[in-house]
Design a protein around this ligand. Sequence first.
Ligand SMILES: Cc1ncc(COP(=O)(O)O)c(C=O)c1O
Length: 384
Amino acid sequence: MIHYSVPFIGKEEEAAAAAAIANKKIQGEGVICKEAEAVLSRVLGGAFAYLVTSGTHALELSLMALEIGRGDEVICPSFTFVSTANAILRQGARPVFCEIEDRTLNIDIDDAMRRVTKKTRAIIPVHYGGLSCDMERLIREASRKNIHVIEDAAQAIGAMFNGRPLGTFGDLGCLSFHSTKNITCGEGGALVVNKRSLCEAVQIGREKGTNRFLFLEGKIDKYTWIDVGSSFVISDVLAAVLLGQLKKIDFITERRRVICSRYADAFEDIAKEGYIKIPQPDKRSTGNGHIFWALLDKGISRKDFIEDMKKAQVECTHHYVPLHSSPFATKHLGYRKEDLPVTEDIAARLVRFPVHPLMSDSDTDKVIRAAKSLFGKEAVCRRR
Ligand SMILES: Cc1ncc(COP(=O)(O)O)c(C=O)c1O
């Protein structure tokens, strides 16, 4: 079976975690955490990077740092992981869902901007599969309206727009190191801070609302309660694993990119004939190969496709169930399924193909052969 996702993690990370344990340095904000943050900052072109316990917590901390709360609205796509919307709700603010566009499955900027009201404080673009929307335009339009941008870059480490790393465009960027992500420490994340003025609020929020970070830096002799906060500091054991992964990031990203471009080349003709849609990123986008997806033609059953691929020993999966039509959003936020028709259509037709560095070229070819036999002209004829 060619699995959808397998973390590229091994002996180096095992040794790094064991060394951290042997040193008895297992809590957070230690030497290893600082080192991993410094390396991450370099990957991000020098942005401030704070490790946290998950991508979810990075999102929560970002909204806390911007003091978004009751009465505020935050725009985000409905086609995203639940954490994007939960983070907004946990602050007492209201998520306003917008459409995505079918070339990258990122927010449709025009639709997002139409939803801006006097209450809008922020917009959260989600860099689906490690590709972004036109981030330069989004930042321009948001700043014209005085709206913060928080990038949900959970899937986007190593990806760029116009040569600039994703996660470094908005006021804040949120990364995930969950085991399905390109680099991982099992569960973990980082908050990228692109405005120096927000660093203190982020550090206080991450450390239970205290100024413990100043105490650890030897700048004060005891720390105290400053603000509302939570416990988002990551253990040095996990930071050690992440540091090992950061050393491999170039290899991982490159290998994933190669697999995605083999898929893109192989499926191009079928896409041109209209049987499927595949990613059509902006020329300025450099993806990180996180996801390769296709939107199946309406005549092809996704359920059958996934089952048939499984019979061919290839694990394909669907993805997000739209948030606006979920039981929670219909009951508590007053949304109806028909409010976001593009999102509904895309979410129902999406399949994701296996991408991970342990896949060989012959594995990739096997996936391509199996898929082509199911969604090309031939397959449609067979179905009829
Ligand atoms: C778009 C998006 N946002 C946020 C998250 C949450 O990240 P984590 O699982 O690290 O909490 C994920 C995780 O899959 C995600 O895909």
